[in-house]
Design a protein around this ligand. Structure first.
Ligand code: NAD
Ligand code: TYD
Length: 348
């Protein structure tokens, strides 16, 4: 039985990847290593919890001794590495935490993988999941391709860029078999309400103000998280070693337009008066170093591996809102903890 280590599987994207692989591949044993930070939540995986091909391990990827012993014990054939500190705003208040987990943690995993297999690389793979934010910002036009130079602007994107470089360096220097994907902004079920879409859904449902940074003209390319998980599955099985793939939704939205669509969909679902939720929009102080625009050219993964997004943004957003409406308890439990302090601090 092939043993696959997924890191960060209790987080937003990781939980969708774990679910997909556990359900689809009974011939694999999926190990989920997660520290369960504020962003990790085992509730996200309650439906696969007792699957016989799934094991959860609580632990920190920066703990070298622990990670080494885990690799020796289980002899993982492959790693799909998602564990990270993932929120730009938090990286502005605590950059060091991002360097530790995202850079050091990735290196610890690379080292353990390298010492376990000692150049016997047949059938092995280290898959590093990364972000389009490593490319920095675009102006009004153009798209990020796999050959765009790295130019990160936030401590988050700088730490992810650094981890990408280390993965590539281990490939070049030690022959470690790897693949990297850089994806655009994800949205969907189980996303922690610090990121734009779940934060705004929660605030709209609770009639709280919607804090739009700056003029709201910043642009992101949005991808439904299930489509990202499918892309990861395809890349894991079909990608050429040593390659990078950009993943995106061909779906650019200025923040303010996206927020208006979100308000409109929620008003409709809750039978609220037309335009009611839009009144909650409040322009607030901009994020320092705010990247103007991200947009992905995802034609390589489309042409080489046959992947493309399966839902339109309107469909994906509607499914996402439905999930949050049906899972109010999930949200309530999350926003009762350290979230209260985070929110006060971030939006004071
Ligand atoms: P998330 O914050 O929801 O989840 C991160 C998970 O990693 C959590 O379960 C957390 O407990 C775990 N974790 C954090 N530090 C750890 C440590 N030291 N040891 C072990 N586990 C630890 O993040 P996400 O949005 O699901 O992102 C997952 C990955 O995808 C990240 O690498 C991120 O950079 C990348 N990514 C995210 C997006 C996006 O829009 N969310 C887009 C592109 C790429
Ligand atoms: P976010 O979800 O944090 O993702 P990222 O910064 O990684 O792209 O933010 C998406 C966009 O929404 C970004 O331009 C910042 C903006 N934003 C707000 O205007 N207000 C908010 O409260 C948040 C969290 C984000």
């Amino acid at each position: 039985m092939k043993k696959i280590l997924i890191t960060g599987g209790a987080g937003f994207i990781g939980s969708h990847v774990v679910r997909l692989l556990v359900n689809k591949y009974s011939q694999y044993h999926i190990f989920n290593l997660d520290k369960l930070t504020y962003a990790g939540n085992l509730e996200n995986l309650s439906d696969v919890d007792d699957a016989i091909n799934y094991t959860f391990i609580k632990g920190d990827i920066t703990d070298e001794e622990f990670v080494n012993s885990l690799f020796k014990k289980h002899k993982f054939d492959s790693v799909i590495h998602l564990a990270a500190e993932s929120h730009v705003d938090r990286s502005i208040t605590d950059p060091l935490a991002f360097a530790k987990t995202n850079i050091l943690g990735t290196m610890v995993l690379l080292n353990s993988f390298k010492s376990l297999w000692q150049n016997k690389w047949e059938g092995k793979l280290f898959y590093h999941v990364s972000t389009d934010e490593v490319y920095g910002t675009l102006g009004e036009t153009g798209l990020f391709t796999e050959t765009t130079s790295y130019d990160p602007n936030s401590p988050y994107s700088a730490s992810k860029a650094s981890s990408d470089h280390f993965v590539r360096a281990y490939g070049e220097t030690f022959g470690l078999p790897y693949v990297i994907s850089n994806c655009s902004n994800n949205y969907g079920a189980n996303q922690f309400p610090e990121k734009l879409i779940p934060l705004f859904i929660n605030n709209i449902l609770n009639n709280k103000s919607l804090p739009v940074y700056g003029d709201g003209k910043y642009t992101r390319d949005w991808l439904y998280v299930v489509d990202h998980a499918i892309a990861i599955d395809i890349i894991f099985h079909k990608a050429k070693l040593g390659e990078t793939y950009n993943i995106g939704g061909f779906n650019e939205w200025q923040n303010i337009d996206l927020i208006r669509l979100l308000c409109e969909q929620i008003d409709e679902k809750l039978n609220r008066k037309e335009g009611q939720s839009e009144k909650l929009i409040t322009y607030v102080k901009d994020r320092p170093g705010h990247d103007l625009r991200y947009a992905i050219d995802a034609s390589k993964i489309n042409k080489e591996l046959g992947w493309s997004p399966s839902v339109t943004f309107e469909e994906g957003l509607s499914k996402t809102i439905d999930w949050y409406l049906e899972n109010e308890e999930w949200m309530k439990r999350i926003i009762s903890g350290e979230y209260v302090d985070y929110y006060k601090n971030q939006y004071k």
